[in-house]
Design a protein around this ligand. Structure first.
Ligand SMILES: Nc1ncnc2c1ncn2[C@@H]1O[C@H](COP(=O)(O)OP(=O)(O)OP(=O)(O)O)[C@@H](O)[C@H]1O
Ligand SMILES: [Mg+2]
Length: 353
C-alpha cells in the first residue's frame, strides 16, 4: 500500500517543516489519483491492452504558493514509476537539440522520433514552470505533446498561468491554440488557491542586500540559497535570438550568478528580459563599485535592474557598497540614481507582491 500524500504532508507539518495550508491539502488527492493509476504495472501482451493512462495535472497559481514543493513531494514518492522531473524550459531546449540532431540524418519530421525517444524511457513527465514565450517552442509543442500523449505519457506540470493565457499575445498564436485544447483534454486543470506566498514569507524581514563583500556576506548568501532553492542548482541556458545566456545555477525558480556572469558579458536588454521572465528570484554575487573604468558593466547592470524591477523579480545580492554608494563618478551617474532607488525599493519587505 502506498502511503497517501496527505499523510506524508501531515508528517511534514508535524515535523515543523511545513505550515498547514488547506488549499495545498485540497490538491494532494489529484497527485494520489495519478500515483495510484501509474503504480499498476503495464503488462503489454498479445491479448492484453495497456490500460488507458490517467489524466495528467496542470497545477497553476500565483508565485510562491507551493506548486513546485507539492510536485516535488509527489515525484519523491513515485516509488519506482519511471518518471522525469525537469524544468520545462530545459526540457524544450533538449527537444530542440534532439530535433536538430535527427534532422542532420535527413529525417524531415523530427518531432515523431524525438517524442518516441522521450516516451520510451518514462511514463510520467513532471514539468516545473510551464510557460511559452518563444515562437520556436510555441510552434512545436502541439505536435510534440500530441505524440507524447499518444504514446501514453502522463504529464504533470506547474504554471503561473491558466492554460488559456499561455503564450499570451504571442506571434502566430492561432497556430498555438490546439496545444491549449490538448492540455484541457489530457490534463486536469487545477488552481492552487493558497492565500500565502511562502517564498515572500521566507524572505520577509530578512536582509537581501549584503555589503561589504566579505566572509559574512558570502555565508549569508549561501544561507539564503539553501533556504530558497533547497538543494544544489543546475545551469539554466536561455536561448535569446539565437544567443545563449547561461545562468550558472538554477533551482526551484531561484537563479544564482556572479556579477560578471551577467554584466561582464555582451548581454543586452533582450537577454535580461528573458532572464527576468524565467526566474522568480535572482541571487547576484559580488556587485563591484562602478565607475568610468567599468562603464559597460555599469550600463548592463542598470539594464538588468530595470528588467528585474519591471518583472517583479526578487533580487538578493552581495555588493561592494550600499546602492547609493555603488556608482559615484563618471558618465551615467544620473541614470544610476534611478537604479539605486530601485535597488532600495526592491529590498523592502513586501516588494514584488
Ligand atoms: N505549506 C508551506 N509551509 C512552509 N513553506 C512552504 C509551504 N509551501 C511552500 N513552502 C515554501 O515556499 C517556497 C515557495 O514554494 P514553491 O517554490 O513551491 O512555490 P511555487 O508555487 O512553485 O511558486 P512559483 O510559481 O513562483 O514557482 C518554497 O521554499 C517552499 O518550500
Ligand atoms: Mg515553482
Amino acid at each position: 500500500m502506498m502511503k497517501m500524500l496527505g499523510d506524508i504532508y501531515q508528517d511534514l507539518i508535524d515535523a515543523g517543516a511545513l505550515q498547514a495550508d488547506d488549499a495545498q491539502l485540497t490538491v494532494l488527492p489529484e497527485f494520489d489519483r495519478i500515483r495510484a493509476a501509474l503504480s499498476v504495472p503495464v503488462k503489454k501482451g498479445l491479448f492484453r491492452k495497456a490500460p488507458e493512462p490517467p489524466e495528467g495535472l496542470y497545477l497553476w497559481g500565483g508565485v510562491g504558493r507551493g506548486k513546485s514543493m507539492l510536485m516535488d513531494l509527489f515525484v519523491e514518492h513515485l516509488e519506482g514509476i519511471p518518471a522525469r522531473r525537469v524544468h520545462f524550459h530545459a526540457f524544450m531546449q533538449e527537444i530542440h537539440t534532439a530535433m536538430h540532431e535527427v534532422r542532420k540524418t535527413g529525417v524531415e519530421d523530427a518531432i515523431a522520433p524525438v517524442a518516441a525517444d522521450v516516451a520510451a524511457s518514462v511514463r510520467l513527465l513532471a514539468f516545473d514552470e510551464m510557460q511559452i514565450t518563444d515562437i520556436t517552442d510555441a510552434m512545436i509543442v502541439g505536435r510534440l505533446f500530441e505524440a507524447l500523449f499518444a504514446d501514453g505519457v502522463v504529464v504533470v506540470t506547474t504554471s503561473n498561468r491558466v492554460p488559456d493565457d499561455l503564450y499570451h499575445n504571442g506571434l502566430n498564436r492561432d497556430l498555438f491554440l490546439p496545444f491549449i485544447a490538448l492540455i484541457k483534454e489530457k490534463m486536469n486543470v487545477v488552481e492552487l488557491t493558497s492565500p500565502t506566498d511562502y517564498r515572500q514569507d521566507r524572505l520577509g524581514g530578512q536582509p537581501v542586500y549584503f555589503t561589504p563583500i566579505n566572509a559574512e556576506a558570502r555565508a549569508a548568501m549561501e544561507a539564503v540559497w539553501n533556504d530558497l532553492a533547497g538543494g544544489p542548482g543546475e545551469p539554466l541556458i536561455l536561448k535569446v535570438k539565437g544567443r545563449e545566456v547561461e545562468l550558472p545555477a538554477f533551482r526551484n525558480g531561484v537563479a544564482r550568478a556572479g556579477f560578471h556572469d551577467l554584466c561582464g558579458k555582451p548581454l543586452g536588454p533582450a537577454d535580461f528580459l528573458a532572464l527576468a521572465e524565467a526566474v522568480k528570484v535572482l541571487m547576484l554575487d559580488n556587485v563591484p563599485t562602478l565607475s568610468r573604468n567599468n562603464f559597460n558593466e555599469a550600463k548592463r547592470f542598470v539594464t538588468l535592474i530595470d528588467a528585474l524591477y519591471e518583472a517583479k523579480v526578487r533580487l538578493i545580492c552581495s555588493a561592494a557598497a550600499k546602492p547609493e554608494m555603488l556608482y559615484l563618478e563618471g558618465e551615467g551617474t544620473f541614470e544610476f540614481e534611478r537604479t539605486a532607488s530601485r535597488l532600495r525599493e526592491m529590498q523592502s519587505e513586501g516588494w514584488g507582491l
